[in-house]
Design a protein around this ligand. Structure first.
Ligand SMILES: [Zn+2]
Length: 245
């Protein structure tokens, strides 16, 4: 089977480039990871499929392996977080903090091809900034604690990355009302992206997004004429929310 592999930022790895003269790491062990298979290249980076001691598989680069940047599939870090929580008495017993679960789920949505949510995240180009991808500590430092366990991570621009600039803690209810655009996105999922649609109608996709955020329907947003100077007034919440059904 010719499986397609992706970098941690969701970019396809070019499997047609041979390893060539580069160092073959197959079979070598780096901390918890055993290198199983050469996957290909992207830019200067050489990618490997690795098997972790915990039996998870993970993809990383030669330089991450040899520089000790990647020491496990993520299980090592998880254990350290649990230990830290136990040490600081922040949680009862060995309960995993809610922020950690969010971080872990975010990574799965964007990076695990077999995650059910992957097509709506990693699969459509939603990436995690490298500082967050590799470090829960940095993620927690940037995001801070959740106001309560009802909060979850929201991307302010729904097509943007998971990064400090584009993320905040929000309740599900807040997210639903902020995601009128995602109702529209759903409308053409599988057929067209915002970019493609914008290109087709000769509208910059950011402009299109801005119009949708102001509450215009997809049709209105696409047919909105530049020369009509009247202000776009937001549609009443109810009608906007019922647009998807
Ligand atoms: Zn592991």
């Amino acid at each position: 089977m010719n499986e397609r592999y992706y970098t941690t930022t969701g970019k396809p790895i070019n499997s047609s480039i041979p390893l060539g003269a580069a160092r073959d790491l197959t079979g070598q062990k780096f901390n918890r990871l055993i290198v199983v298979q050469y996957l290909g290249r992207r830019g200067n980076a050489i990618y490997w499929l690795c098997l972790c001691e915990c039996s998870n598989k993970t993809i990383t680069t030669s330089s991450n392996l040899t520089r000790n940047n990647t020491t496990s599939c993520g299980c090592y870090q998880k254990e350290r977080v649990i230990e830290a929580c136990a040490t600081h008495g922040a949680t009862i017993g060995r309960k995993i903090p809610s922020e950690y679960k969010t971080w872990e789920q975010m990574k799965k949505r964007c990076l695990s091809l077999n995650n059910p949510a992957y097509p709506r995240y990693g699969g459509r180009g939603i990436v995690i900034c490298s500082q967050w991808k590799d470090s829960y500590e940095t993620f927690y430092k940037d995001m801070g604690p959740k106001p309560s366990s009802k909060y979850t991570i929201e991307r302010i621009n729904n097509d943007g990355p998971y990064s400090p600039e584009n993320c905040k803690w929000a309740t599900r209810k807040e997210q639903a009302s902020n995601k009128r655009t995602s109702v529209v996105a759903k409308f053409y999922t599988g057929s067209k992206t915002m970019k493609e649609l914008g290109a087709e109608y000769g509208i910059n996709h950011e402009t299109l997004r801005a119009r949708l955020c102001k509450g215009l329907s997809l049709k209105e947003a696409l047919e909105y004429k530049k020369h009509s100077r009247h202000k776009i007034s937001p549609r009443p919440k109810n009608s906007a929310n019922s647009g998807g059904s």
